[in-house]
Design a binder for this molecule. Structure first.
Ligand code: SAJ
Length: 437
């Protein structure tokens, strides 16, 4: 296939880097988003998300004349759908006394519908959004058929999961292996040709449903592995040992690689995608379901640890350090840190939160400090919720002079307890019952 113009629908964490990367490789790209504000920001050369290198990439693409953004698609050789697939907040599935979350596919549906008037014979359509198994053939293909054209016969249709890690998106887009699942082998081949424009990693062709499963399996695998680490943290606490020490010793085994416990699993991927498998087959997904439960309830375990450290939470002042879903990103979606803050407040604590990557963020029901100093000055306890580099490098001696707090609770193994203790703090770490001895 020849690719002269690509239309990328959805200009978020995946669509925007994908669009600018194609533009940087000489392809004319129309970026489409329903949000006019985002379009205006991008056309000014600014970005609405934090991702290293993205602003420069966008500016290069705009200056070369290869990228523009609009609210509606146009005719193109290829359409890439990269819209969010969150879960529904108001409806749930039920199976055998359990409740599970359901995928909200509205953005994929309207993206596919928006392509219909512009779809032509010989085009390629690629879905990148993480989706329940069979979405490409059972949901997207029938919508596109409203054009009068049939997927696999008149145009190519493929699923290709994005697998890039926030914080390293631009590098991983190019270097990671890429799976392309076509509704026919020819569709997979067309997708292969498309991504070989910039992908340096291996490109592997398969069928559309396998490609969807690959994506869901990767994130579910990680979720289940984090769940076992979190469960180990609760067990270690019960047995009076330090989970971090135990994990580092277990990981000396050549075939064991236990992940890190923490305040829970956040973000728009790992905390969401396993539900797509549960929804698709609740009778076959007990392990996946229970892993989700463990990770979703980990904020409660954090609150129990804080309670033990402080005696009571009622009326106590807590500085919550970090609200992002993981270190060194500005993304607060599905963040377990915000859940911890809400739970602490329910128990009567007065929490002031500081997120260095989004200092001006407004979060409903959360009292955000304008500066780090403001967050810690009159706190009783400093609660470390995210292992941001700038927290890891704080000097306890300097902090002691800036806060009333005498108690530290570390939920991410971000601080060295001996150093804090030497500076007069009581130190507690989740999953580490030795930390305050
Ligand atoms: N976390 C832990 N313990 C760990 C590792 C992570 O508690 O040992 C927590 C993090 O703090 C965070 C959550 O898990 O709250 C998820 O973080 P992550 O770094 O594991 O993953 P994401 O969600 O940023 O990105 C994942 C990646 N998938 C896999 O590693 C299998 C990425 O490659 C995907 O592209 C991305 O999901 C996606 O978009 O699906």
């Amino acid at each position: 296939m020849k690719f002269q113009k690509i239309c990328v629908i959805g200009l978020g964490y995946i669509g925007l880097p994908t669009a600018t990367t194609f533009a940087a490789h000489g392809i004319n790209v129309l970026g489409v988003d329903i949000n006019q504000q985002i379009i205006d920001i991008l056309n000014r050369g600014e970005i609405h998300i934090h991702e290293p290198g993205l602003r420069d990439g966008l500016n290069g693409a705009i200056q070369s004349g290869k990228f523009k953004a609009a609210t509606r698609p146009e005719e193109a050789d290829t359409f890439i759908i990269a819209v969010p697939t969150p879960f529904q907040n108001d409806e749930f599935g039920k199976y055998n006394g359990t409740t599970y979350k359901l995928a909200d596919m509205r953005a994929v549906i309207s993206a596919a519908e928006s392509i219909v008037p512009f779809l032509r014979k010989g085009n390629l359509v690629v879905l990148e959004s993480t989706s329940p198994p069979r979405t490409t053939i059972d949901l997207v293909a029938p919508i596109l058929a409203r054009s009068g054209l049939e997927a696999g016969r008149d145009f190519h249709l493929a699923y290709s999961p994005e697998r890039v890690l926030p914080g390293q998106i631009l590098r991983e887009l190019i270097e990671n292996a890429r799976v392309i699942g076509g509704v026919t082998p020819e569709s997979a081949q067309a997708g292969h040709e498309l991504y070989s424009i910039f992908v340096k990693g291996k490109i592997i062709e398969t069928d559309a449903t396998t490609a969807e499963m690959v994506k869901l399996m990767e994130n579910t695998y990680r979720d289940v592995n984090i769940a076992i680490a979190n469960e180990f943290s609760r067990l270690s606490d019960k047995f009076g040992i330090d989970v971090w020490e135990a994990i580092s010793l277990a990981n000396l085994h050549p075939r064991v690689k236990i992940l890190n416990p923490g305040p829970g699993v956040g973000g728009h991927c790992i905390s969401v995608d396993p539900w797509f498998l549960v929804e698709a087959a609740p009778e076959l997904t007990q392990l996946i379901y229970h892993s989700r439960q463990v990770n979703d309830t980990q904020p409660h375990f954090v609150v129990e640890t804080v309670k033990r450290a402080m005696g009571t939470l009622n009326g106590k002042r807590i500085a919550a350090l970090g609200l992002a879903y993981k270190p060194d990103v500005d993304d607060l979606r599905e963040s377990p840190a915000t859940e911890v803050v809400h739970l602490l407040q329910k128990e009567g604590a007065q929490v002031r939160a500081w997120e260095p990557f989004k200092p001006t963020a407004q979060m409903e029901g959360i009292n955000m400090a304008a500066t780090f100093e403001e967050a810690i000055s009159d706190a009783d306890t400093l609660l470390l919720l995210v292992k941001h580099k700038e927290f890891a490098t704080l000097d306890p001696h300097e902090i002691a002079g800036k806060t009333n707090a005498k108690v530290i609770v570390d939920t991410v193994n971000g601080w060295d307890n001996a150093v804090w203790k030497n500076n007069g703090f009581k130190f507690f770490r989740i999953g580490d019952n030795k930390s305050n001895s």
